[in-house]
Design a protein around this ligand. Structure first.
Ligand code: CTP
Ligand code: MG
Length: 240
């Protein structure tokens, strides 16, 4: 009886992941699909998918992909035996549009949604779980790190105008994790205002929703330019 009710509660409150994988990867260079670059034996996106497939705190995965790529993603699931329920949906022109399409596809039982860049393959289960816990409390949370370098502001790209107080600066990553109704409301507001935001927490700022910073204990880099690959490869080599 107890077992039944614990299971019922678990089913009622689902945690979903949206992995956004519908970008063009322009900064990586022409004719290279960065998500499909093979690193330590599998494509970048397969590492990311595996982290969420293996994370006990995630119940379902929505992969947002470019139209025409659905078959390749389905083959990836077969090849690497990803067992967790997943759905493929088509992305949009901007990252924000892809996130929106992902939000339309999450289960009706979803309470918390963790939004992840497919291009960020080193995200650990502990970090995913920590953002979920913080989002349950605050409504919104994001993986982040204090900025390590001293930051300068410049007006013309040549001469320093001033030094920014580093103590107040954090760089944000993914997962960006929310109670689902909060992120739906936040992105709907951005869309109504005709704003295109590069990250989901900016949409929360727009509606006055506090976002908790969750410090990443381990490096959690994104594949953006070719120079990112050696570091990411060394990190993945230590876990695969
Ligand atoms: N993304 C997406 N839909 C878009 C744009 C981006 O799903 N219209 C995804 C990317 O696939 C990536 C993540 O959002 O996993 C983070 O974006 P970014 O690193 O900027 O990737 P790209 O937009 O693909 O690269 P670039 O900006 O260099 O073109
Ligand atoms: Mg981009």
């Amino acid at each position: 009886m107890l077992r039944f009710s614990v299971r019922a509660v678990r089913l009622w409150k689902m945690n979903s992941a949206i992995i956004v994988a519908a970008g063009k990867g322009t900064r990586m260079g022409a004719n290279v699909d960065k998500l499909w670059l093979e690193v330590v034996g599998r494509p970048v996106v397969a590492h990311t998918w595996k982290q969420f497939n293996d994370a006990a705190c995630i119940d379902e995965i929505i992969l947002v992909v470019r139209d025409g790529m659905q078959e390749h993603f389905a083959e990836l699931a077969d090849k690497f035996k990803f067992q967790k329920p997943f759905r493929l949906v088509v992305g949009g022109v901007e990252r924000q549009d892809s996130v929106w399409n992902g939000l339309e596809a999450v289960s009706a039982r979803t309470k918390i949604v963790a939004i992840q860049d497919a291009a960020r393959p080193c995200t650990h289960a502990e970090l995913i779980a920590a953002t979920i816990e913080a989002a349950q409390e605050t409504g919104a949370a994001v993986a982040a790190q204090p900025v390590a370098d001293t930051i300068k502001e410049t007006a013309d790209g040549k001469i320093i105008s001033r030094t920014v107080d580093r103590a107040k600066l954090w760089s944000v990553q993914t997962p960006q994790t929310f109670r689902v109704e909060i992120i739906r409301n936040a992105i709907a507001t951005a869309r109504q205002k005709g704003l295109v935001l590069t990250d989901d927490t900016a949409a929360c700022e727009l509606i006055g929703q506090p976002v908790r910073l969750v410090k990443s204990a381990a490096p959690n880099p994104k594949v953006t330019v070719p120079a990112d690959l050696p570091f990411i490869e060394s990190l993945l080599r230590s876990v695969v």
